[in-house]
Design a protein around this ligand. Structure first.
Ligand SMILES: [Mn+2]
Length: 426
């Protein structure tokens, strides 16, 4: 199924009048406060976030998985789903593939399809957290950190293969997330595991094309419950520095222990020019992969405030690879992703409203109350008409979720694909 421009325009006619009313009110208010509304809209319209190929089917837990009907069962169908989200939001113009779940059988056909849908190939993700059929070595006790050289070599070779696949598609970065670690004290020697990981990453780094980046993701626990080799930003930062200029840290919102100050981590990494990628999701307890902004919207805003500050003040930091890394198990995955995109755009818009000059003055005067007021003034602004206007101007839906339902997208997909389909890798 593809959504046409006419279908979106038709759906927009239902809400255009109330949207115009809301937007002109907000726009006037913001202009009076000295904001350049068209500049904010222009920044918002340029923001694109990648959709991971594994978020298009219903996710599962270790207790079970409940399929969502009409799921994509091939890479082609996954691209079509990203195309649907992109048509509605005009903000999801890239896909992040997971290898070996999404190896194309016909590269030129896949590239042609992506081009028609106006979708680019973002970072490619390697997988050494599960054994593949017919693999000689097992990752049960780790991959890049494994005590066995044969296992490490297999994992390195896999990553080099992923780079080759990504290169054929036009990707420009490799994301490495390792499940490596231990479940019990004494199981691993911490230093050996870290040293092996460092050496393996260096071997992968050597195979990186010149215009590529290596993004090193960290996570404190799960699937290992005693130690994880790359458990925090500091370890990732250290490994990236050891690898070289093309290696960066990737921050995933769900990969932190409770109450961690993620915005401060982002700010430090951007100052050092080492924040390479960013994965959005939300969580209450651990790596819950919930819809972005569904649990801690203020934290998301504070994070965006640092991202915006970094984008404006840290030319030493590269452009970020943005991706939604959520895969929930009870919602329609496409609606879930649309909600996430909406939350990301709202947080970005609010962060763009922070009066940075006034904040600097208040900080210099140690006016703590004023500092908080400035941030909350931006946070408490209802920016929804601004986000709607951005989407409308670039050909998207004023209300993507309503339009998705109005066009009966899920039923159309079930008609096309059948009820009981399962996305690869899930
Ligand atoms: Mn992630």
């Amino acid at each position: 199924m593809k959504i046409s421009k006419d279908q979106i325009q038709d759906a927009n006619t239902k809400t255009i009048d109330s949207h115009n009313e809301n937007f002109s009110f907000l726009s006037e208010q913001l202009s009076k406060k000295g904001h350049d509304v068209s500049n904010i809209i222009s920044k918002l319209s340029k923001f694109q976030v990648a959709i991971p190929s594994w978020a298009l089917g219903a996710g599962g837990t270790r207790f079970g998985r409940f399929s969502f009907y009409g799921e994509p069962s091939s890479l082609e169908q996954k691209l079509d789903d990203v195309g649907i989200i992109h048509s509605l939001t005009q903000t999801a113009g890239s896909v992040s593939l997971h290898i070996p779940w999404d190896i194309p059988s016909d590269y030129s056909a896949i590239k042609e399809q992506a081009e028609k849908l106006n979708i680019k190939f973002d970072s490619v993700n390697s997988n050494t957290f599960q054994d593949q059929e017919g693999a000689k070595e097992s990752y049960k006790y780790g991959s890049l950190s494994n005590i066995s050289k044969a296992v490490r070599d297999q994992a390195i070779a896999h990553n080099l293969e992923v780079i080759k696949i990504g290169d054929k598609l036009g990707s420009k970065s490799l994301t490495v997330w390792l499940a490596d670690g231990s479940c019990f004290p004494g199981q691993n020697n911490f230093q050996t595991a870290l040293q092996n990981t460092q050496d393996s990453l260096k071997d992968i780094y050597k195979g990186l094309p010149n215009d590529w980046s290596l993004l090193i993701e960290y996570k404190p626990y799960e699937p290992n419950f005693y130690s994880t080799v790359i458990q925090d930003w500091g370890t990732s930062f250290m490994l990236a520095n050891e690898c070289g200029d093309k290696a960066f840290t990737l921050v995933d919102l769900g990969h932190h222990l409770p109450n961690c100050n993620i915005e401060q981590i982002i700010s430090m990494l951007m100052l050092k020019g080492k924040l390479g990628g960013f994965h959005f999701n939300d969580s209450k307890y651990g790596d819950d992969d919930l819809t972005v902004g569904s649990i801690k919207p203020y934290a998301l805003f504070l994070i965006f405030n640092e991202l915006v500050y970094g984008m404006q003040n840290n030319p030493q930091n590269p452009d970020l690879a943005w991706m939604i890394d959520a895969s929930h198990n009870i919602k329609d995955p496409l609606e879930d992703l649309i909600q996430s995109i909406e939350a990301i755009q709202q947080a970005y818009a609010k962060a763009l409203l922070v009066d940075q000059k006034a904040l600097k003055v208040a900080q210099q005067e140690h006016d703590v109350v004023k500092c908080q007021e400035i941030l909350q003034e931006a946070y408490r602004t209802d920016v929804r008409p601004l986000v709607e206007k951005t989407r409308f101007d670039i050909g998207g839906a004023i209300s993507p979720i309503d339009t998705y339902r109005y066009l009966n997208v899920r039923n159309e997909l079930i008609k096309e694909r059948g009820k009981h389909t399962t996305a690869t890798g899930l």
